[in-house]
Design a protein around this ligand. Structure first.
Ligand code: SF4
Length: 272
């Protein structure tokens, strides 16, 4: 367990050092976004039809992550673009996304906060709705600057149990908690996403604690229960990485529905 916890923290330290280096670069040159992939007609990452930008890099190491290929901030990416070039790409689909918008996700989009801020600023000038899909692991002044140009935050809440949070993600939940408090203080609309994994966070006590916690935030407008699945397992194999949840099956449909019922019993907002 000691090694299990130490390795992610060491990886995080190295990761943050890389972010600082990247920031130094972006301060002196034109911003270039390192983009893992783009989706032109996304329908699950915010309201309506959306242009979805998957940013490269994530300091978290969620055991259930199905996108480990987005973790490395230095990996070669499919797209390297300026904010203006990305906006031009998004505007190709303006007729489709004008009632939806754009979403920055990842990875963790706040790894490239300067770029996302600049992109969202341009989007707002075009009248596009902006959504930031974040784990909340990076909560800084730069994150607040991005949030200022964000219409809707999609925020992961992994668990309220501090020890389990470290074991599940390699990080404390301090920044996630601080971000939700901040979003409440500025009355920014939030959709919560909660991944439920069999044998880890699918018991009633856990779900009731999450529901009770979320019921205190009037900015939470929707909660989505995401069922753990093994569809990303092949990516670990292709990257030569060990899959941490080997032997854990997909969350059964009836367990996911039971989780939703518990959340509905505490919350006035939509629970999906
Ligand atoms: S925050 Fe998202 S992208 Fe990062 S490890 Fe967790 S699930 Fe994967």
């Amino acid at each position: 367990m000691g090694l299990f916890l130490t390795m992610p923290f060491l990886a995080s330290y190295l990761f943050y050092s890389l972010i600082v280096m990247l920031d130094d670069t972006t301060n002196h040159n034109e911003l270039i976004g390192h983009i893992h992939s783009l989706e032109s007609f996304g329908t699950v990452d915010g309201p309506g039809i959306r242009f979805v930008v998957f940013m490269q890099g994530c300091p978290m190491r969620c055991l259930f992550c199905h996108n480990p290929d987005t973790w490395d901030p230095t990996a070669k990416t499919q797209y390297e673009m300026t904010p203006r070039q990305l906006l031009d790409e998004a505007l190709r689909y303006k007729n489709f996304i004008k009632t939806g918008g754009v979403t920055a996700t990842g990875g963790e989009p706040l790894v490239q906060a300067d770029f996302v801020k600049a992109f969202f600023e341009l989007c707002k000038k075009e009248g596009l709705h902006t959504a930031l899909d974040t784990s909340g692991v990076i909560f800084s002044e730069k994150a607040k600057e991005v949030i200022a140009f964000t219409d809707l935050v999609l925020l992961d809440v992994k668990t309220l149990d501090d020890e389990l949070h470290k074991r599940l993600t390699g990080h404390t939940r301090d920044n996630n908690k601080a971000m939700l408090d901040y979003l409440q203080s500025i009355e920014k609309p939030v959709w919560i996403r909660h991944v439920v994994t069999p044998g880890i966070n699918d018991d009633d006590n856990h779900l009731e604690a999450v529901a009770d916690y979320l019921s205190r935030f009037s900015v939470v407008k929707q909660v989505e229960i995401l069922s753990y699945h093994t569809m990303g397992k092949y990516k670990y194999e292709s990257l030569g990485m060990k899959y941490a949840l080997e032997g854990v099956d997909d969350l059964p449909v009836n367990v996911a529905e039971h989780a939703r019922e518990i959340l509905r019993s505490y919350l006035d907002c939509k629970v999906l």
